[in-house]
Design a protein around this ligand. Structure first.
Ligand code: GYE
Length: 325
């Protein structure tokens, strides 16, 4: 059923091209570029903004976009990639939910001569030729930024010791692994910091709430000095629980999060979150630019990281550049 509807989408796209632009009709049909895009899910505001960015960029570029949403299931992503191969799309773009387990399907794409662009997340493989390019954040640098903020905050507060709880994103995904690694590499050798617990929140707001309940019940608010969340959605869930329990967020417990969605940046401005490390979901234009270059036979860069920084309670938060997506 899904294959039929995806095929229909491509047919409609071709039909659309033939019905507009009388002059270059034939040329545009032959040049019609179809991008097969496997999105991993709709788990967070980041993801929803990312999907929108891909759709808008494809439209602006005049490319057809066959999109499948995998609802957090790796098998569904593999199925989607196989269907893109069967339809002989021009380029496959996908955001791998986890790092491992892609070699077989990517070998199939390679054999079919279809280039693959990894968008947002990375894969772990011994064969770097299985993907043409990666466009996405440097998650290790993001984790380091979170750790560097914490050191600065501890210095400013004159803190002697801080207990940290970490709420992790989807297990074995690139942002989970690297946001943890970057953070730990910065704080590991500083005796003031102890990570008392790392829990899995799967990047979901509802799970962020559950994690907060679990942690507060186990340790009590006085034992927890810092919560580091791998994304804003989970942190917003934490915030709801802290407020329900009359814990003063941003003061009784220091809150550090990653992404930069509007609701989190507003909470930072309101003094409820202390640090928001930025991670832009707006990757669509960079991806479509690579697709365009691939179609023209130009060489493309293997890795593209967008420029990012962090918003913190040390900054002038009235500055118009302090804005969420
Ligand atoms: O931080 C999170 C989303 O892979 C960068 O996935 C992305 C992460 C993002 O669900 O909110």
């Amino acid at each position: 059923m899904k294959k039929v509807s995806a095929l229909l989408a491509v047919l409609m796209f071709l039909l659309m091209l033939t019905s507009c632009g009388v002059q270059k009709e034939d040329e545009s049909v032959h040049n019609a570029v179809v991008v097969g895009f496997s999105q991993l899910g709709a788990e967070s505001s980041w993801r929803i903004a990312n999907t929108a960015s891909m759709e808008e960029a494809a439209k602006a570029a005049g490319f057809g976009l066959m999109m499948e949403n995998a609802n957090q299931k790796q098998e569904k992503q593999i199925d989607a990639i196989r269907s893109f191969i069967a339809y002989q799309v021009d380029v496959i773009v996908f955001s791998p939910i986890v790092e491992n387990g892609w070699d077989n399907v990517l070998n199939e794409a390679k054999k079919a001569g279809i280039p693959v662009i990894l968008m947002d997340r990375m894969i772990e493989t011994n064969d770097e030729t299985l993907y043409t390019s990666y466009v996405g954040a440097d998650f290790y640098a993001e984790g380091k930024r979170a750790g560097e903020y914490l050191i600065r905050k501890a210095n400013a507060m004159g803190a002697e010791h801080m207990n940290i709880c970490e709420i992790c994103g989807t297990a074995d995904s690139t942002p989970m692994r690297d946001r943890q690694r970057g953070f730990m590499d910065v704080i590991r050798d500083d005796p003031r910091f102890t990570v008392i617990e790392s829990v899995d929140g799967d990047f979901l707001r509802s799970k962020g709430e559950e994690c907060a309940v679990q942690l507060l019940d186990k340790y009590g608010e006085d034992e927890i000095d810092v919560i580091y969340s791998h994304n804003d959605s989970m942190m917003l869930g934490v915030l709801d629980i802290l407020e329900k329990r009359n814990v003063n967020p941003g003061k009784d417990i220091i809150l550090i999060t990653v992404d930069g969605e509007k609701e989190a940046v507003d909470a930072l401005k309101a003094g409820k979150i202390n640090c928001v490390v930025q991670c832009t979901p707006k990757l669509g234009d960079a991806v479509m630019e690579l697709v365009r270059k691939l179609k023209k036979g130009e060489s493309i860069t293997k890795i593209t990281h967008p420029e990012e920084s962090a918003f913190t309670d040390f900054d002038d938060l009235q500055d118009p550049s302090v804005e969420g997506f």
